[in-house]
Design a protein around this ligand. Sequence first.
Ligand code: 5GP
Length: 226
Amino acid sequence: MSVEKELALPAPAVTSSSSSPPSPLVLVVSGPSGSGKSTLVQRILELPGTMASVSCTTRPRRATEATGKCYDFVTEAQFDEMVRNGDFLEYARVFGKHSYGTPRKWLEESRKTGLDLVLEIDVQGALQVKKALPESVAIFILPPSREELERRLRSRGTDSEDEITRRLAKARAEISAFPSYDYCVLNEDVALAASEATAIVSALRCSTVRRQARVERLLASFGGKD
Ligand code: 5GP
């Protein structure tokens, strides 16, 4: 009797062939302005094996931003040309003002290098990515309360009163989209939220289907499967 039979192991839940390893993860992170998503995205990007998607935007560069690091800043005409060429995995007009889009080239780069791709985009964009790539994983970052969100927006000191009102109204609409996301991280304590966000990535990487090739190599080192 084989050991598997002796141990009464159930039938394998994964396929027996490891010929094509799964594509790298596509991690989509959204959350209202002031939810702290950029900090949490940075923490995810500190994990080895990840890469950032750099969005294109038509909004003007802020004094604190260097070209190419946060965004590729493009003109309306350049953006429209990219839309016409089908260069974007997703794109949207955010706050009804400026256009933002995720160039497909980052997905290609991720597949070429095997690095997990991290997108920090708004809800409209996340829904488009989920539609185009149903296997992508969407993580929503939530503020602990409306009051705390408002306090954080005010403490940044960068937005006008109108802008704060608009961001709070948008936050409500965005939070309502939470059922479309696979995970929700509540950012009350940033260290805890960061450990939850990185734990999600670690757990995804440990899934049986992602570990299959590695386990098969391990089995082979035992002389192969029966
Ligand atoms: P900000 O201008 O403050 O950097 O970003 C405004 C909003 O645009 C944020 O919610 C941000 O996540 C979103 N955003 C940034 N890049 C993209 C993108 O490529 N696509 C979409 N749909 N939203 C984006």
